[in-house]
Design a protein around this ligand. Structure first.
Ligand code: GTP
Ligand code: MG
Length: 197
């Protein structure tokens, strides 16, 4: 897939507010600060399209982008960020849960996990939730530019082990918003999704 046209569509804080257009959709989901917005910018080759920050909790709504007039990309708020209010945290959790379970257009979920750390309890919870969704589930390990070659492979094995402990076997992409690693694999998945729609 070649990115020709990118448009911000809208932000949403409930299912009702989300775009009605029937474009197939790919979502980027993961803990706060894991690098969701950064990888979207890299993927779409637009520097400041999705707003990023070194402080967790930057993305506060589900933001929708329309790519080549054919596919929606959804940038989700992060989960598990302790420093926002409990109410806000619960509201985001609920939004993310209902989005993953009930959003009809959703076909592909990139679950982002920081390659430098073992999957957390929340990462595992999301893995366990995914079989209930109709979307394909692909793991994306982020910030791999911060690791050496050897530890990169270790991080892949670690996640594979975690998945196996849950009886799952999912594709794993090593990625970096900094050097572009993994970008082509993500684009290929989006192509597969378009062909299947
Ligand atoms: P929330 O919206 O708060 O959930 O965060 P997010 O998951 O969208 O993370 P965001 O893209 O805002 O990035 C968080 C921080 O990580 C920023 O300081 C980024 O510059 C940094 N970062 C993201 N991706 C990479 C990467 O691939 N490599 C490196 N070295 N830093 C990265
Ligand atoms: Mg973000």
């Amino acid at each position: 897939m070649i990115i020709k046209d990118v448009q911000f569509v809208q932000g949403a804080t409930s299912l009702e507010q989300m775009p009605r257009a029937p474009f197939p959709e790919v979502a980027f989901v993961g803990r706060s600060n894991v690098g969701k917005s950064s990888i979207i910018n890299r993927l779409l080759e637009r520097k400041n399209l999705a707003r990023t920050s070194s402080k967790p909790g930057k993305t506060q709504e589900i933001n929708f982008f329309l790519i080549n007039n054919r596919i929606h990309v959804a940038d989700l708020p992060g989960f598990g960020y302790a420093k926002v209010s409990k109410r806000q945290r619960e509201a985001w959790q609920k939004l993310i849960g209902s989005y993953l379970m009930h959003r009809k257009q959703l076909r592909l979920v990139f679950q982002l996990i920081d390659s430098r750390h073992e999957p957390t309890a929340l990462d595992r919870e999301l893995m366990m939730l995914m079989p209930e969704s109709n979307a394909e589930h692909v793991i994306v390990l982020t910030k791999s530019d911060k690791l050496s070659g050897n530890t990169r492979q270790k991080s892949v094995s670690q996640v594979r082990k975690t998945l196996a402990s849950l009886g799952q076997d999912k594709p794993i992409i090593l990625s970096s918003a900094q050097d572009g690693r993994g970008r082509q694999d993500m684009l290929d998945w989006m192509d597969t999704l378009l062909k299947a729609s």
